[in-house]
Design a protein around this ligand. Structure first.
Ligand code: SAH
Length: 388
């Protein structure tokens, strides 16, 4: 039986030479493969480009695992996972939960592995990793000896691959609530139903930064289960969590109780309305956090999203007392760091305040970005200081 294969155009080959890991379907000339196979990829003259996962559905037809002439077998996957874990050993500290494998940035495209204490949560987001799911589970059991492995396979990306949405236990047992401490703060997490795989692990280092700058009266907008709020509660006099989801606020309240914190309040509502209300009422804060969901889910949605980002940032800057701090995030890949900087600049001009940049931050280091795959850098977090 011959090895599954694909032949790509010169433009496709150039993308890989340029360091990207994806080739789109329009740059595939032909393929002899089944959904999810690892294929040997060549150019039209038969020169080897590398080996990649083949998808027979997605616009992203090929996701590269290697540009060398080496087999992509169980041993290959085990080596890559071991390397990913070893890197986390260097950059992850003071937490019981972190991302062990971050897809493309660990050269394991479309595989996510998050660790919460003794439990692992995985996502297999393409036909390639889906096909090897059982093998991946075996490797994870060998390397990490978890008590349980859960698949949170309901991201929309799976639909583009023709894969079903599934949440199920693949190994051992996974309880309904898992406690994990990060940066000294305890969270009760719902790995089955919580956002992402249970928590916003990509914000973990930004939580710690927020705790360093927070003071006085703090406002945590889009608070979800209180990630920023509970980190700031020790340094601020009070923190108000705002979220449109009562369920999210109930989780935040439970987390506050778990930590014996009593200076955190909760307000259910739309952040846009509440910021407007506070602004019109002349209400002031010393610290504001903005961590909205991705407003720009596509490039075409960017302009409307940019207006939304500008509005909440402008109002937040106006709410700050002199010396106040704004911690402002965007997880929209389509809103570049440069564009976000422009929006904040415009907002500062509109409110007639001098604003100092204290830090430009991104996703936590266990969610690294690949220099030549811009899609892997998505989370921006700017820490600003309103001077006068
Ligand atoms: N800061 C959180 C993550 C925020 S996720 C953390 O670190 O854990 C985004 C949150 O925004 C969700 O909880 C969602 O319920 C809430 N949300 C979305 N749109 C909103 C709106 N217009 N007003 C208030 N909350 C909103």
């Amino acid at each position: 039986m011959s090895e599954p294969s694909a032949v790509v155009t010169a433009r496709g080959a150039d993308r890989i030479a340029g360091g990207h890991l994806w080739i789109y379907r329009s740059d595939v000339r032909s393929a002899k493969a089944e959904a999810g196979d690892v294929v040997r990829v060549t150019d039209a003259r038969g020169r080897l480009i590398g080996r990649a996962f083949w998808s027979d559905r997605s616009q992203i037809a090929l996701r590269f695992l290697t540009v060398r002439d080496e087999p992509v077998d169980r041993d290959f996957l085990a080596r890559k996972i071991r390397a990913a874990a070893a890197f986390r050993g260097k950059v992850v500290a003071d937490t019981e939960c972190w991302r062990v494998v971050h897809g493309e940035a660990d050269l394991l495209p479309s595989l996510i592995v998050d660790r919460y204490g003794g439990y692992l949560v995985i996502q297999t987001l393409s036909q390639g990793t889906e096909k090897r799911k059982q093998e991946l589970v075996e490797i994870l059991v060998e390397q990490f000896a978890p008590r349980g492995i859960l698949e949170r396979n309901e991201p929309k990306a799976r639909a583009l691959e023709g894969l079903p949405q599934i949440v199920s236990v693949l190994y051992g047992e996974v309880p309904d609530a898992v406690d994990a401490v990060m940066n000294g703060v305890r969270f009760r997490l719902d790995l089955r139903g919580g956002q992402k795989t249970g928590a916003f692990l990509d914000q973990r280092e930004n939580y710690r930064a927020a705790a360093q700058y927070a003071f006085g009266e703090a406002l945590d907008c889009f608070s979800y289960q209180g990630g920023f709020a509970l980190h700031m509660a020790g340094a601020a006099a009070s923190v108000e969590c705002v979220d449109s989801s009562g369920e999210a606020l109930a989780a935040a309240r439970a987390n506050a109780e778990l930590n014996g914190v009593s200076n955190v309040g909760f307000r259910e509502g739309n952040v846009f309305d509440i910021l407007k209300e506070y602004d019109q009422a002349g209400r002031k804060f010393d610290t504001v956090v903005l961590d909205p969901p991705a407003f720009a889910k596509s490039r075409t949605a960017l302009e409307a999203a940019a207006r939304g980002y500008k509005e909440i940032n402008l109002r937040s800057l106006r709410l700050l007392r002199p010396g106040g701090v704004l911690i402002t995030c965007s997880c929209s890949y389509h809103l570049s760091e440069a564009r976000m900087g422009e929006l904040l600049w415009e907002a500062a001009v509109d409110v007639r305040r001098q604003v100092r940049v204290l830090e430009r931050r991104g996703q936590s280091r266990d969610h690294p970005a690949l220099l030549t795959v811009p899609e892997t850098f998505y989370l921006k977090c700017m820490i600003l200081n309103a001077l006068d």
